[in-house]
Write a protein that binds this ligand. Structure first.
Ligand code: ADP
Ligand code: UDP
Length: 238
């Protein structure tokens, strides 16, 4: 691949910034230390989170790519930056849950920690002002956010990722409780976009069930970045 230069800032989200690049098909994705929860109400800068998540995401995206899940990830550029394919994002979050935690507990009045067998799937509409409301596949098709084929593929790929990552985490002594994925299209192909990091999933220690993910930030449990690094170390990410 040719040498790609970083261009102008395109957008700055709650945790990452996207930059144009000298190749129109690619973006520079910058993982910042900024951390937010509860629709941006709770905010903090956590030193080292950007570089930890950048490397974490690279490892997971590489793993998924090798296992046949096409992603936007191209390569690591620096400690806190990656090169990704420029996607036309579908404004939908795909969530798979193996164990009940977070919003499903409030919504359905169930206790945290209950096994969900089979794992459950939820779509959310990505809109901070509306607090990312839960939607179903009919909303996605009626409002034209994605086609029927894309909806089917998002579900299939999100479950495929579950089979792959549940095992990866289990072999490393951890439970993958739930996670969120985002997809986008690139020249007509549906690719996994955004990130897979402890900011967007829940991971518990298999023995102690200690929380090692962003719930440490949401629930003021401390050692947020340190816990992300514990997950990384267990997975063999240096
Ligand atoms: P948020 O938008 O939730 O505040 P981030 O700070 O993580 O989140 O911002 C990243 C933004 O970039 C998100 O809106 C995400 O949908 C978008 N995005 C992720 N991957 C790509 C990609 N490959 N091409 C274009 N946009 C992307
Ligand atoms: N999630 C995310 N971004 C969001 C909403 C959820 O990455 O905007 C992740 C979250 O970290 C968890 C999973 O998706 O791993 C399910 O989140 P949930 O619906 O329980 O919402 P929460 O209570 O965590 O806000």
């Amino acid at each position: 691949m040719e040498n790609i230069e970083k261009g102008k800032l395109i957008s700055s989200g709650k945790a990452k910034s996207l930059y144009e690049s000298s190749n129109p098909d690619y973006y520079f994705m910058h993982y910042r230390d900024d951390t937010s929860a509860f629709d941006g109400v709770k905010k903090e800068s956590l030193e080292g989170k950007g570089s930890t998540n950048n490397k974490f995401n690279a490892f997971i995206m590489d793993f998924l790519e090798q296992k046949g899940v096409p992603t936007h990830f191209e390569k690591l550029i620096s400690e806190t930056e990656s090169l990704v394919k420029k996607l036309e994002m579908i404004p939908v979050e795909c969530v798979v849950r193996n164990i009940a935690a977070g919003s499903i507990c409030k919504r359905l009045g169930v206790e945290e920690g209950i096994d969900l067998n089979p794992p459950t799937f939820e779509f959310f509409y990505k809109d901070d002002e509306l607090h990312d409301p839960m939607i179903n596949e009919f909303h996605i098709k009626s409002f034209g956010w994605a086609s029927e084929e894309q909806v089917k593929q998002m579900q299939e790929k999100t479950f495929q990722v579950n089979d792959l990552l549940k095992e990866l985490f289990a072999e490393a002594g951890m439970i993958l409780v739930d996670y969120k994925l985002e997809f986008g299209s690139f020249n007509g192909d549906l690719l996994l976009g955004d990130e897979f990091t402890p900011d967007g999933c829940r991971v518990w220690d298999s023995e102690t069930r200690e929380k090692l993910d962003k719930d440490r930030f949401r629930q003021d449990l401390g050692d947020v970045v340190e816990s992300y690094q514990i997950i990384a170390k267990k997975l063999g990410i240096e």
